[in-house]
Design a protein around this ligand. Structure first.
Ligand code: SF4
Length: 521
């Protein structure tokens, strides 16, 4: 068998520091794939969690696959070919990776469409948040979707792979279990409500109170977005209810990991790194956040947090983060005016936000990232101008506070376009049209160009259109995804499949929603 023009994993592997050494000689082996580069994949706590859970299962070993390299994908651990495994399990958190997933199947010479696979082909499984949001666009390519937390679905998957000799038997067995969507058996698109709903097997509050349910980094490496950091999940869900946010509406109510488990995990981190990253959709809302940060500092760790909810910015949190060396904070005002922010389910006035901004700079933070979204339903030109006004006010606060400390700082605006997601209150909303979105982004760019020490990054509008389509589409998106996987640029795909794509993206959806065969969180 022809191997890939071998990607040299040795420098990457040499830099890895596993938190715990697992035996590489399991009797059973799972191909664990991420449809993006090593750098992106190993930045994902979800992917690292699955890797650890597989190894914690007696007699199992996971071998990792990423998109790096060309030709046959080979495992990082042993160089074994992807199509040599009985099952390839993809963890997918971003819809944009669908195209990469299909490309990886092609490179591995696994038939792209599940209907074309035979008894010797691997079972293709997809888990991760995309499987739970709307698996239908990938349902021609994937044999089994695992809907829910890895802690709940992985044991059933591994048991089926251990006990069933034939690929078809594995697939049939999983089809009978809750939490698995198996397109060959579940014809939701044709039969809709006539079939019982499928329950997402979310990690419950009770489970989180038990030991062994705290996701943390399994392998620390410099080659990730969170270079050298040991990541610890703080909570799930969010107490806020922004109307576009799947993390809040799809992941169940806000619940957090017990402080004792979080603190105990610091001991595991200590031998491999002195840097911690606390991650969650609402890190700052953990009731013991200050205590946890203080204890981590006391043990000599440098700490940082993922974006923090505006009301959760407190003196105590800022002091603890600053003491540990962190100088950057990320907030998400989302829009520029109080009125639109109320409409989007985040009733936080600009005056309150600016108080928090003052507190941040007063504590000596020099980098503030502010995330905004354009294309919200009901958004006016005044709302877009409001974003620039708000950033200008935040900048004025920065220029007032930092020079007192002899510091200079910067503000970075991250601008996204609204992608109305399944299972959110805005799931039926159309996307704002392309011309209007481009104009709004151009207005922001022009305004930011006049503000020294303020920068701006934005997503491509075309990419937003594509993401909206593949978030909401049915199984007939397969053709467009396959065309993109064969190398057609997204612009070309959007043009070629416009009669299919445009109604999905720009029409308000009435009646039954195709993804409602699943029950969330
Ligand atoms: S604050 Fe962030 S995580 Fe929470 S609902 Fe809003 S967007 Fe989602």
């Amino acid at each position: 068998m022809k191997r890939s023009a071998a990607h040299d994993w040795s420098p990457i592997l040499a830099a890895e520091r596993p938190v715990e050494r697992f035996s590489p000689h399991g009797r059973y082996r799972l191909a664990l794939a991420y449809a993006n580069t090593y750098h992106v994949a190993m930045s994902s706590l979800g992917f690292q969690r699955v890797y650890e859970l597989v190894h914690r299962t007696p007699e199992w070993t996971a071998e990792r696959f990423f998109t790096d390299g060309v030709g046959m994908p080979i495992s990082v651990e042993t160089g074994r070919a992807m199509n040599d495994f009985g099952c390839v399990c993809f963890s997918v958190s971003f819809e944009e990776d669908y195209v990469n997933l299909v490309q990886m199947l092609g490179r591995a010479r696994i038939p792209l469409r599940r209907k074309d696979r035979g008894p010797w082909d691997p079972v293709i499984v997809m888990g991760g948040s995309c499987a739970s949001i709307n698996p239908l666009p990938m349902s021609e390519f994937v044999d089994v979707f695992a809907i829910g937390a890895a802690e709940n679905v992985l044991p059933d998957l591994l048991a089926a792979l251990e006990e069933e000799a034939q690929r078809e038997a594995v697939i049939e067995r999983l089809a009978a279990l809750d939490g698995f969507y198996v397109p060959a058996f579940h014809h939701y698109e044709e039969e809709g409500d006539a079939l019982p709903k499928l329950n997402k097997r979310e990690l419950t509050e009770e489970q989180m109170k038990q030991p062994g349910h705290l996701p943390t980094t399994a392998i620390v490496t410099p080659h990730t977005e969170f270079s050298e950091k040991f990541l610890i999940e703080m909570s799930r869900g969010c107490p806020e209810k922004c109307r576009y946010c799947w993390a809040s509406f799809g992941m169940g109510r806000f619940r957090w990991h017990p402080t004792e488990y979080i603190l105990a995990s610091l001991e595991r981190a200590r031998p491999v790194t002195n840097q911690l990253g606390f991650v969650a959709t609402a890190v700052g809302d953990h009731p013991d956040i200050e205590k946890i940060l203080r204890e981590a500092n006391g043990l000599g760790f440098r700490t940082s947090v993922s974006s923090i909810r505006i009301p959760a910015v407190t003196e105590g949190v800022l002091e603890a983060l600053h003491d540990s060396g962190d100088r950057s904070i990320t907030l998400a005002p989302e829009t520029g005016t109080d009125e639109l922010r109320v409409k989007m389910g985040k009733p936080i006035p600009n005056s309150f936000l600016l108080e928090k901004v003052r507190l941040i700079f007063r504590h000596g933070f020099t980098s503030l990232k502010l995330y905004f979204i354009v294309g919200l339903p009901g958004e006016t030109d005044e709302d877009v101008q409001g974003i620039l006004d708000l950033v200008a006010q935040a900048r004025a606060v920065m220029l007032e506070e930092l020079p007192k400390k002899g510091l200079i700082g910067n503000i970075h605006m991250g601008v996204n376009v609204l992608v109305p997601k399944p299972f959110t209150p805005w799931q039926r909303e159309p996307m704002d049209d392309e011309k209007s979105l481009k104009e709004k982004i151009a207005t922001l760019r022009k305004g930011v160009a006049r503000m020294p020490n303020v920068s701006m990054g934005s997503v491509s509008v075309r990419q937003g259109v594509w993401q909206t389509y593949i978030s909401k589409a049915g199984s007939d998106a397969a053709e467009a995804i396959e065309a993109a996987a064969h190398g057609d640029p997204i612009n070309v795909v959007l043009h070629r499949f416009a009669p299919k794509i445009q109604p999905e993206v720009y029409r308000r959806l009435d009646g039954d929603l195709r993804w409602h065969f699943m029950r969330q969180g």
